[in-house]
Structure formats: structure tokens, C-alpha cells
Design a protein around this ligand. Structure first.
Ligand code: BGC
Length: 523
């Protein structure tokens, strides 16, 4: 890699000049705040819902159950409450609804304004949550935060891939996930501190989300929109000026022309979502949808959302529960670094398959310990066994963090062809949030009914997804996006059958000449 500069080949073979300019660095910071905000929201609810002050104010029924040592309720069912689950899950339901609008605003208003909209939703959501007097305020606040997540998770990755020089696009993608994990860890640390502040510590936990929210808002006011977006909206001169600024050179004509051409072709795709359903786009669609469903069915968010509650269920005292959640959060961050380091060396499949083994073993060990030792109405686990469970949870989290965590996002982003990438991104975010919602809403009830079997349930899914990887997921390591069709799909024993037939529409498009000329920075 040339010092201080990057260059990326275009599909046409032209090499564009591109340096890492201050603007590109600012966009990295943007990614940080978008990811941090998402991670903070994921991580904060678990600790808050295990704080007695919070429970007694909003969920007195759960509070009485948890506090009443002589209660007849099963250990596994203490926290089973639809309202409590709604507090966590409403965010994801709102988020997945918002992605449909976000796809529209990302195209019509631009990436920058869409991020600004996200920031404003976040700020109002945080205010309502931190000031909540009743359950309604709390849930409405979570819904506003969810809208923020929907808009941010659509616009930030698109913004990043368009602003980044081609060669660091993959790394930036995982950087987003790294920031999600830092957000989760930060939230756990905050909860650890605020749990000691009575009776309003939970307000501080929810209110501190204002920091990443403000950063995202101010950040999106300061940065420029991407050249792709400006060109898409007919602002050619501005687009060219921005391109010169972000690439740090006046020599941008080849890239500019490709962007104009790509945008012209993209505008010809009248129905991006219908296009996504075409036969030749099916492999990528199936893989993106399956990866997102599988990512959630690893059971990761059962841990991320409810670790403190889960550790409480196991008999840890409140403080120790949060402490364990902090350890889990730290393991998550560190293991994501492993992924950044190794994903382009050992490849996606090796990471996913290795993780499959590691995840299912740790889940089965947890299930066995809980099955034999955690009595329904007893006092939780012995100290030694509880520690083994924490270690197994860390083993599970670490393997998730170097596999399904980042790759669930990376693989769709590098396999969708350019004509469907924007619509593909919406579907990816939407399916992710839908299944995150399902887990958030169902986990505490599932824990109550399945008991320790919940871990067997998730480990069975890990088996299914590992088989999927083994047979159906092609390796995409080191393959330029524009060569995916030839080098990946047409070579794959199963997916190649989707590549040889052309739709009538494609044939016509080819006649007019252009389908294969998309530029790879047009998302
Ligand atoms: C997932 C989130 C999860 C996080 C944990 C992400 O890739 O999409 O649902 O909470 O990883 O680190």
C-alpha cells in the first residue's frame, strides 16, 4: 500500500487516485458515533432492567417477584414479563419500520440529511427516556431511539462505503461493528457505575446515550454529502468539487465520469426491490437474509440484552451480574479485533465454521450445568459453577465476535451487485432488526418455559447455520466486488445454476449496452 495514499481499481480497470484526506478521517469518526449509538442502545437495556429502582418504578410486578425470596416462582421465570420485554424490543420494531423510510430518504435527501434525521430522533428519544415518569414515556422514547437506529444503520454504512477509497472499504465495514461492540461495553460500564446511584442511576444510564447522539447530530451537520449522492440528485458541480476534496487531488475525472454513468444506470432501475427478486440476484438475497436470521439465532442478543438478568437468575448478586456483563462486553470488543486482523487472511468460512464448533460446545456446557445444578426454586449456582458459566459465556461471545457478528454485515455488503446493493442493504438491516426484535421479545419467556433447554435450542441453530456455511456459503476473501459473479457465483456447485439464465429484461438491457458497467463505489 503506498504511504499516505490508496488507489482502487474500477471495473473498467482504471486506477483512481485517492489519498486518505481529513474528510475521510472525519467520516471514520462518523461511523464511530453511528455504531456507538447502536451498541449503546443494545447494551444499556439489560443493566437497566435489572436495577431494582427501575423495576419498582415501572414494573412493580417483576420487582416484587425478584425481591420476594420466598416466592414460588421458578428461578427461570422471575423476569418473564411482556412489558419488560417490550421495553427492550420496541426499539427494534420501530427500527425495522424506519428502514423503509430510510431507504427513501437516503436516495432522495442524501446520506448526510438521513444521518441528521437519525441524530435528531436519537436526541428526542434520549430526553424522553431519561426524564420518563411512566411506562408510556419510556416506550415512546425507545421507539424514537429505534427510528434513529433504522435511519442511522441504513445511511452510515452507505455513507462510509461511498466516501472511503476502495481498498479500505472492508476494514471500515468491520470498524462499524467494532464500534457497536465498544458501545455495548461502554453501556455495561455505565450501568456498573449507575447501579450504585439510588434512586435515579437508571436515568443517568439512559441519559448518557445523549453523548453519541449529539456527536452523530453535530457530525452530520459538519460533513459534506457523498459525491455519489450529490450526483444522484443532479448536483454535478458540487459532486465533483466534493470528490476532489475527499480524494485530495484535482485528477478525479475518470472516477467522476464513472459515478455519473453509474448514477444514470441506477436511475434506470425503476423498481430496486423488484430487481432484487430476479433469479440472478437470488443467491445474494438468500445469503443476506439467512446470515441475518442465523446471526440472531446464535442467541447472542439473549446474552447482550439480558446478561445481567441472566446472571441474576443464576444466583449472582446484582453487582456481580453487572460485573460479569462488563467482562462479556470486553471480550466482545477484543474478539472483534481478532476478526479485523484475520478476516482477509484465513477467510470468512474458516472463521464461521470454527466459531460454530466453539459456540455450540459452550452452549451445551452451559445447558448441562444449569440442567443439573440450577434448581427451579433454589438459590442459584454454587460460586465455582457460576464462574464456569461466566467463562463459557465469554467463550461463546468471543467466537461470535470474530465470526457471525462482523461477517453477518460484511458478507451481504460485499456480495450484492451494485444494481441491488442499496435495496439489499435495506433488506439486510430490516431482517436483522426483525429477528433482533423476535429474540428481545421472546427470550425471557423462552427462558421461563425452556429453562436450561434454551441453550440447547440455540446450539441446534448453530449446527444448522454451520451446515449452511459448509455447503452454501462461498468464500469471498480477496475477491474484488466486480468479479464476484465470475469468480464466485458461476463457480459454486449450487448457486451457478442461478447465473446462466437471463431474464428477458436483462437481455434487453444488454442490448442497450450497459448492465455490466456499474462502478463499484455506487452503492
Ligand atoms: C448484531 C447485534 C449484536 C452485536 C453484538 C451485531 O453484529 O447485529 O444484534 O448485538 O453484534 O456485538
Amino acid at each position: 500500500m503506498p504511504a499516505g495514499g490508496f488507489s482502487g481499481p474500477a471495473p473498467s480497470g482504471v486506477v483512481f487516485e485517492a489519498k486518505i484526506t481529513p474528510l475521510v478521517v472525519i467520516s471514520c469518526i462518523m461511523a464511530a458515533t453511528g455504531g456507538l449509538m447502536f451498541g449503546y442502545d443494545v447494551g444499556i437495556s439489560g443493566g437497566v432492567t435489572s436495577m431494582p429502582d427501575f423495576l419498582s418504578k415501572f414494573f412493580p410486578v417483576v420487582y416484587n417477584r425478584v425481591e420476594d425470596k420466598k416466592a414460588h416462582d421458578s428461578n427461570y421465570c422471575k423476569y418473564d414479563n411482556q412489558g419488560l420485554q417490550l421495553f427492550t424490543s420496541s426499539l427494534y420494531l420501530a427500527g425495522l419500520t424506519a428502514t423503509f423510510f430510510a431507504s427513501y430518504t437516503t436516495r432522495k435527501l442524501g446520506r448526510r440529511l438521513t444521518m441528521l434525521i437519525a441524530g435528531i430522533f436519537f436526541i428526542f428519544g434520549v430526553i424522553l427516556n431519561a426524564a420518563a415518569q411512566d411506562l408510556a414515556m419510556l416506550i415512546v422514547g425507545r421507539i424514537l431511539l429505534g427510528c434513529g437506529v433504522g435511519f442511522a444503520n441504513q445511511a452510515v454504512p452507505v455513507f462510509l462505503s461511498e466516501i472511503a477509497p476502495t481498498r479500505i472499504r472492508g476494514a471500515l465495514n468491520i470498524l462499524f461493528q467494532l464500534n457497536v461492540t465498544i458501545g455495548i461495553l461502554f453501556a455495561n460500564l455505565v450501568n456498573y457505575g449507575t447501579a450504585k446511584i439510588h434512586p435515579w442511576g437508571w436515568r443517568l444510564s439512559l441519559g448518557l446515550a445523549g453523548i453519541p447522539a449529539l456527536l452523530l447530530t453535530v457530525g452530520s451537520i459538519l460533513v459534506v454529502d457523498t459525491p455519489n449522492s450529490l450526483i444522484e440528485r443532479g448536483r454535478f458541480d458540487e459532486g465533483k468539487a466534493v470528490l476532489m476534496k475527499i480524494r485530495g487531488t484535482k485528477n478525479v475525472d475518470p472516477e467522476f465520469n464513472e459515478l455519473v454513468e453509474a448514477s444514470r444506470i441506477a436511475q434506470e432501475v425503476k423498481h430496486p426491490f423488484r430487481n432484487l427478486l430476479k433469479r440472478r440476484n437470488r443467491p445474494q438475497l438468500v445469503i443476506a437474509v439467512c446470515l441475518q436470521i442465523f446471526q440472531q439465532f446464535t442467541g447472542i442478543n439473549a446474552i447482550m440484552f439480558y446478561a445481567p438478568v441472566l446472571f441474576n437468575t443464576l444466583g449472582f448478586k446484582n453487582d456481580a451480574s453487572l460485573y460479569s456483563a462488563v467482562i462479556t462486553g470486553a471480550v466482545n470488543v477484543l474478539s472483534t479485533l481478532v476478526s479485523i486482523y484475520s478476516v482477509d487472511k484465513v477467510g470468512r468460512r474458516v472463521l464461521l465454521l470454527e466459531a460454530g464448533v466453539q459456540m455450540s460446545i459452550s452452549q451445551v456446557v452451559i445447558a448441562i450445568i444449569l440442567g443439573i445444578k440450577l434448581k427451579d426454586n433454589g438459590n442459584g449456582l454454587s460460586h465455582g459453577l457460576a464462574i464456569v458459566v461466566v467463562i463459557m459465556v465469554c467463550t461463546f461471545v468471543s467466537s461470535f465476535a470474530w465470526s457471525w457478528g462482523p461477517l453477518g454485515w460484511l458478507i451481504p455488503s460485499e456480495t450484492f451487485p451494485l444494481e441491488t446493493r442499496s435495496a439489499g442493504q435495506s433488506v439486510t438491516v430490516c431482517v436483522n432488526l426483525l429477528f433482533t426484535f423476535v429474540i428481545a421479545q421472546a427470550f425471557l419467556s423462552m427462558l421461563c418455559h425452556f429453562k436450561f433447554g434454551i441453550f440447547i435450542f440455540f446450539s441446534s441453530w448453530v449446527l444448522v447455520m454451520s451446515l449452511f456455511v459448509l455447503f452454501l456459503l462461498p468464500e469471498t476473501k480477496n475477491i474484488p466486488i466486480e468479479e464476484m459473479t465470475e469468480r464466485v457465483w458461476k463457480q459454486h456447485w449450487y448457486w451457478k445454476r442461478f447465473m446462466d439464465e437471463e431474464d428477458d429484461e436483462d437481455r434487453n438491457a444488454k442490448k442497450v449496452g450497459k448492465i455490466s458497467g456499474y462502478h463499484n463505489s455506487q452503492l
